[in-house]
Design a binder for this molecule. Structure first.
Ligand code: UDP
Length: 191
């Protein structure tokens, strides 16, 4: 799908959640790179601050996680729907289980992280998963995990901009994976 300019950002429009998930993960593999959720706030800060814009452009794929972004794309004559980051993450975990992908689940408290892993196993049968909570002392331990495991999908819940900065480093050592920053998604998932 051809990206559409919203403010100063190229956003990939999706007609459905299913299309978004298929784009990043399918039987044939994963999209190597990093997905960034864009809402109105990010569109505005990217326009006002070149450093923020450049940071967002590190994403391989920028998607519309905000109704005003969806509307702007529609006004340009392109049909699309909102892709909430939290839902994309959940659908991706389901798809990962169905297609036998290896997942690395990073971030949040030990309790939340552990519960998230067990709930993903119970709900979707996702068992090819390694996890680490978001309160590690040394980033090098995470980098070592990634180099050893070479996971297909890495989801990172550390809050912004911490998660984006770490993803940039992880991509350097293992560029083949699909990375996603998920903020508070695990906390929402485990309730
Ligand atoms: N977190 C973490 N390590 C840190 C800081 C935060 O694992 O050093 C986790 C925190 O436990 C929470 C998530 O990162 O699960 C941040 O969620 P928040 O809602 O603040 O992120 P946002 O969606 O606002 O970016």
């Amino acid at each position: 799908r051809q990206a559409v300019e919203v403010g100063t950002l190229p956003i990939t429009p999706f007609k459905s959640m299913r299309e978004a998930v298929e784009t990043v993960c399918s039987e044939s593999g994963v999209l190597p790179g990093f997905a960034v959720a864009v809402n109105a706030e990010k569109v505005i800060s990217a326009r006002d601050d070149v450093a923020i814009r450049e940071n967002l452009l590190l994403g391989t794929i920028l998607y519309a996680d905000g109704i005003s972004v969806v509307k702007t794309i529609k006004k340009k004559g392109v049909d699309n729907v909102r892709i909430p980051g939290c839902e994309l993450w959940l659908e991706l975990m389901k798809k990962a289980a169905q297609t036998g992908k290896q997942v690395y689940l990073l971030g949040a408290s030990e309790e939340t992280n552990k519960l998230t892993a067990s709930k993903l196993s119970d709900s979707f049968g996702l068992n090819n998963l390694t996890r680490r909570n978001g309160y590690f002392d040394d980033e090098q331990d995470v980098i070592a995990d990634i180099l050893r495991l070479k996971p297909d999908i890495v989801t990172v819940a550390l809050g912004s901009p911490k998660q984006e900065l770490l993803i940039t480093k992880l991509r350097e050592v293992h560029p083949d994976a699909f990375y996603m920053g998920v903020g508070g998604s695990y906390d929402v998932f485990v309730g």
